[in-house]
Design a binder for this molecule. Structure first.
Ligand SMILES: NC(=O)c1ccc[n+]([C@@H]2O[C@H](COP(=O)([O-])OP(=O)(O)OC[C@H]3O[C@@H](n4cnc5c(N)ncnc54)[C@H](O)[C@@H]3O)[C@@H](O)[C@H]2O)c1
Length: 264
């Protein structure tokens, strides 16, 4: 299969940790020109070194808070200045804390809405203006299986991820005529490959606040494939959807969750 990602200018948000890191390393193996946009610059620099070792054509780390539209515009201007264009955007940033809705408050809701939804709008808006003028591009957003069928303790997060799924379908319909493809990957529970693969800002930096070992075993046993997802599982799907190998695929939502949800 020809991915044809060599020397492509790829922007990955939240690439410093866990799934984003694995996506960065996947594009590095394909020799892409990578821009890693994250709030955690020190962890991003570590991932950038790993990516260079794996064969990335180039890696640029940009400090960027995706919830801040001005930050995002500046980041995309820097990408165009360095790499000439943007061929691929991966909207990977996301965040949640597991709590029942009645244990949350409006301040928490706003944080979850800003990071998981407004961040995707900001980055997609900036990327589309560049991609439309060149008549090609591919956008992949990382959603969650929590968006597909309701997930206790993830009410607002699941709602925002469902918003991402719908948003991406509309963007796919509006921009197909410019040669821009837009797709979504929904991970299920995806645990870090190793402890050093998460940054200090990661929702996994305190693993026990997410899942205990016993809970992870229970989740694995409940899945048709009987195993918990790893970041590389998600990265493989993202690389495919971003690549020319998926040149006739747009507006799709793909679960990578061991069969947790089976929609469509
Ligand atoms: N890991 C899972 O089990 C799982 C399951 C379903 C969906 N997802 C989704 O996959 C994506 C990646 O998850 P992960 O587990 O790798 O997360 P993570 O918390 O390990 O990493 C997130 C990265 O995003 C960065 N970040 C956070 N807020 C930011 C902001 N405002 N601007 C820029 N960077 C910011 C963090 O510094 C960190 O490097 C997210 O969208 C998440 O919602 C994850």
């Amino acid at each position: 299969m020809e991915l044809q990602l060599e020397k492509k200018s790829v922007v990955i948000t939240g690439g410093a940790s866990n799934i984003g890191r694995s996506i960065v390393l996947g594009f590095a193996e394909e020799k892409a020109k990578i821009t890693l946009a994250d709030t955690d610059v020190s962890q991003a620099e570590i991932v950038a070194s790993e990516a260079i070792e794996l064969g990335a054509e180039s890696v640029t780390v940009v400090e960027c808070d995706v919830t801040n539209g001005k930050n995002v515009d500046k980041m995309f201007s820097e990408v165009v200045a360095h790499n000439g264009t943007v061929d691929v955007l991966v909207n990977n940033v996301g965040y949640d804390e597991l709590k029942y809705f009645t244990q949350t408050d409006p301040e928490f809701w706003r944080k979850i809405i800003e990071i998981n939804f407004i961040g995707v709008l900001n980055c997609t808006y900036s990327a589309l203006s560049i991609m439309a003028s060149q008549n090609h591009g591919s956008i992949v957003s990382i959603s969650s299986d929590a968006s597909r069928q309701g997930e206790p303790k993830e009410a607002v997060y699941g709602g925002m991820k469902a918003g991402v799924n719908s948003f991406m379908k509309t963007i796919a319909k509006e921009n197909g005529r410019h040669g821009i493809r837009c797709n979504v990957v929904c991970p299920g529970v995806t645990i870090p490959a190793e402890p050093h693969a998460v940054g200090g800002n990661s929702m996994w930096s305190d693993m026990d606040s997410m899942f205990t070992v016993e809970q992870l075993e229970k989740i694995a046993n409940s899945l048709p494939l009987k195993k918990i997802g790893r970041p590389k599982d998600v990265a493989n799907a993202v690389l495919f959807l971003a690549s020319e190998a998926a040149g006739h695929v747009t507006g799709q939502v793909l679960s990578v969750s061991g069969g947790y949800s089976m929609i469509g």
